[in-house]
Design a binder for this molecule. Sequence first.
Ligand SMILES: C[S@@+](CC[C@H](N)C(=O)[O-])C[C@H]1O[C@@H](n2cnc3c(N)ncnc32)[C@H](O)[C@@H]1O
Length: 295
Amino acid sequence: MSQQALERPLSGASAEAICYHYDVGTEFYRLWLDHNLTYSAARWDDPCQIAGDPVSLELAQDAKLDFHLKALGIGRGDSLLDIGCGWGSMLRRAVEQYGIATATGLTLSADQHNYLRALDLPAVEIRLESYEVYRPVGKFSGIVSVGALEHFTRPGLSAAEKVAIYRRFFERCRGWLNPGARLSLQCITWGGRVPRNRTGCIMAQDVFPETDPPYVVDVLEASVETFEPLYMENRRSDYIRTLQVWLQRLRARRREIEAMTSVENFGFYERYLRRSIYGFKKKELQLCRFVFQRH
Ligand SMILES: C[S@@+](CC[C@H](N)C(=O)[O-])C[C@H]1O[C@@H](n2cnc3c(N)ncnc32)[C@H](O)[C@@H]1O
C-alpha cells in the first residue's frame, strides 16, 4: 500500500477492517463461493421472465457480471475501472469476453491483491488502494463497483455526512470517466423503514467492521449533480438465493473448513450467512443495482 494510503484515514472501512473480513484465506472462500470467487449477489432469473428456469450459482454470477458490463455499453479496445474488484471476476470477464483493452481493479484486501498479482492476467492492472487515494493517469470508458459502496461509510455518521462521502465518490467517478460514459453500481442498501439510528447494531460489526451501507435516497441525492440515473432495481431475492447457495456449500464443506481454519470460524460464517438471509427476508436489507450516465 502506498505511503499516502497509510497516512490518510479513509472515510469508511479502513484497510485493516477490510483485511479482517476478506483476508481469511482465498482457499477458504474457494470452498463455498463460485469458481470465479465472486463475492456479491448473483443475478438469478430475469424479472421479465414469468418463471425462469433455476440456474446454477456460476451462471447467475456470470449473468450479474454481464448485466453490469452491458449496462456500461463498453467493448473492444475500451478501458474499465472496477472499484472494489475482489478476486477479479469482473476484470477477467471484461477482458476475456468483451475485448476490454485495459481493466484496472482497486481493492483494499492484501489477499485479493496478491492472488491477482500472481495470476498476472494480460490487460489487467490491480492496485492495493482505496478509491479515495487512487489517481488515474487517464480517463475510463466505464466504471463498475459491486459490493464495495457498503464499505465507504462507517456507523455513527449523520445522513448529511454519509451523503457528503458518497457525493465525493460520485465526483471522483465523474472526473475519471469520458463524457457520456457510464457507472454501474451494485450494493446492499438499508430498507426504507430501518431507522437511521438502528443501522449500526443491525450490521454485524464483528463481521463487517466500520461498515454502514447507504439508503437508496443517499445514493440518489449524492449523485444528482454528477450523474443522470438511467436504471435502478432492488432485487432482495437475488441476495437471498445467493446466500442460500453459499450456506449450502459452506455446510457441505464443514469438515474441510474446520480443518483449514477452525470450528469457531465455521460457526461464525454459518451464523453470518443465516443472519444475512434473515435481514433480506425481513426487508431490513435490499440489493440494489444502479446505472448512471455522466453529466
Ligand atoms: C464484497 S467485496 C466485492 C468484490 C467484487 N466486486 C465481487 O463482486 O466479487 C468488496 C470489495 O470492495 C473492496 N473495497 C472496500 N472498500 C474499498 C475502498 N475504499 N476502495 C477500494 N476498494 C474497496 C474490498 O477490498 C473488496 O474487494
